[in-house]
Design a protein around this ligand. Structure first.
Ligand code: DHK
Length: 144
């Protein structure tokens, strides 16, 4: 089974309690459970991690070079600031899908640019938490 690393960045551990009118009522645990089930139907094995710390995300991406066939990442606010996460992803050889729960292009101007998009093979924004399942379906296709 191909291994997919699902990374969520800062404040996404607060989903369900964090501005639910913007981010929805589902918790990160709900998302991970639904994503794990969907991954199984696609013949993929999912490993989910979340951190509020940029360097921790960078380290996990570096380690994924040895352990994962693909990465799904919602970098949270680091999307808009982190060259370090972009650099780490540029060292990863498999497909990368970038997910944003909200449509970042419909929000404040500072959310319109994502450094990660310069590396991502696909970007899903504004599909709510379903975006994670869409990303998995795309990866199943890309991984063949
Ligand atoms: C999540 C965040 O935490 C924000 O900082 C981004 C993204 C948008 C999301 O839509 O999932 O700007």
């Amino acid at each position: 089974m191909k291994h997919v690393l699902l990374l969520n960045g800062p404040n996404l551990n607060m989903l369900g309690r964090r501005q639910p009118e913007i981010y929805g009522a589902e918790t990160l645990d709900d998302i991970i459970a639904a994503s794990t089930a969907h991954a199984q139907t696609l013949g993929l094995q999912l490993e989910a991690r979340q951190s509020n710390i940029e360097g921790e995300l960078v380290t996990w991406i570096q380690q994924a070079r040895e352990t994962a066939a693909a990465i799904i990442i919602n970098p949270g606010a680091y999307s808009h600031t982190s060259v370090a996460i972009l650099d780490a992803l540029n060292m990863f050889e498999g497909p990368v899908m970038e997910v944003h729960i909200t449509n970042i292009h419909k929000r404040e101007a500072f959310r319109h640019h994502s450094f990660v998009s310069a590396r991502a093979d696909g970007v899903i924004a504004g599909c709510g938490t379903q975006g994670y399942e869409l990303a998995l379906s795309r990866l199943a296709r890309l991984l063949g």
